[in-house]
Design a protein around this ligand. Sequence first.
Ligand SMILES: Nc1ncnc2c1ncn2[C@@H]1O[C@H](COP(=O)(O)OP(=O)(O)OP(=O)(O)O)[C@@H](O)[C@H]1O
Ligand SMILES: [Mg+2]
Length: 400
Amino acid sequence: MSAVSSETILVADVGVDVEMLRASMPPGPATMLSLAQGVDSVLTIVDDSKPSLLVIGCTSSSNTALELLREARRRHENCAIVVLYGGSPNGFMDRAFQLGADDLITLPQPQGAVIFALEKAVSRRRGAGGGVALAPLICIVGPKGGTGKTLTACNLGVALARAGARSVLVDIDLQFGDVGLALGLPPDRTIYDLAVSGSTVDSDTVGRFLTLHASGLNTLLAPVRPDQAGAIKPDFLRQVYMALRVEHDFVIIDTPPAFSPEVIATIDIATNLCVVGMLDALSLKDTKIGLETLALMGRNADDITLVLNRSDTSVGISHADVATILGRAPAVLVPSDRAIPRAVTEGMPIVLADERSGPAQAFKQLAQLYLRESAYATASGSVESSKRAGGRRSLMRKGR
Ligand SMILES: Nc1ncnc2c1ncn2[C@@H]1O[C@H](COP(=O)(O)OP(=O)(O)OP(=O)(O)O)[C@@H](O)[C@H]1O
Ligand SMILES: [Mg+2]
């Protein structure tokens, strides 16, 4: 999907560097107008063409731009309106949001950031108008290595797919990602191949680099060699996520045990964070630091689901101690099971290898939490893809 189409109008205010404005925009057949011709005359064209996206390029002192914004919003409820502006925000941002802007972006910005904001705005308006809404983006995090992030990501993804939700798992452990191995998938196409393909990052392109698991789960696999990791930048990831969120019901991200720039960018836009910790003193200390770091990053505790892996380990720490140390009780407890390493060796997620095992039940419970929270499950208790059905659904924190 590209946000910019023949239904896009780009309006440049007086005093705006038009070349810079154009360069910030994604490629596409937008109609370019100048606000120098007057608000009324621009509005006449907007009224005639009924755009799905109106981009206003202006300075933060432009009352004319705000006037255009107010009238355009009043007349075109379903049109996404994004303001790209230069100068200090002062009260401009508040005013523009009050008048109905879907997003505001300061210039200059890398094109990827602008594309992300435009697609998000368009998608959100479509969702509000009864079209396709953005899927939740669930980021699996755990600051320490080996806590069970990949195990959780794979089994959650498979459990969601088996419940009928269109799900995709992206492996951004860019140097040592092992989702492919854990699911028994050959890395014939990876995120690296997508990054160096030189193609526009839209749903069609990204779709060509996905590898389908037998459960129905889509995957975008990590690079096969650590030296390829440098080709994947946060800006590129944002575009990939947006393309995937439009086409799926759930997007799950498996991360490396570090707050790398890619992980920080992902945490920043994720709708949900699934923190995976283990039951031992050192891991709990790291999980606590991880939770505190998420709070410092401005993430709301309500967006975080805590998974306690190896929850039956006997180390003299009770589950009540865990809740006290971490300041919250785990939502899901995953016991240790020798079948897990065996299943990993066979490239088979435990939810398929041994459906009745404790860990499989725990991962299905985790999937149910997300299904319930996203209002994806129908009232009858069965699960239906509202995207396939073309209906609306309320989502967890959509549209971050
Ligand atoms: N509940 C469990 N029972 C038995 N083995 C487990 C359990 N959880 C994880 N393991 C094993 O521990 C190892 C590490 O798990 P996993 O790869 O999921 O961790 P990770 O957090 O993704 O690690 P990294 O930070 O290196 O990416 C794997 O070999 C896995 O099979
Ligand atoms: Mg891992």
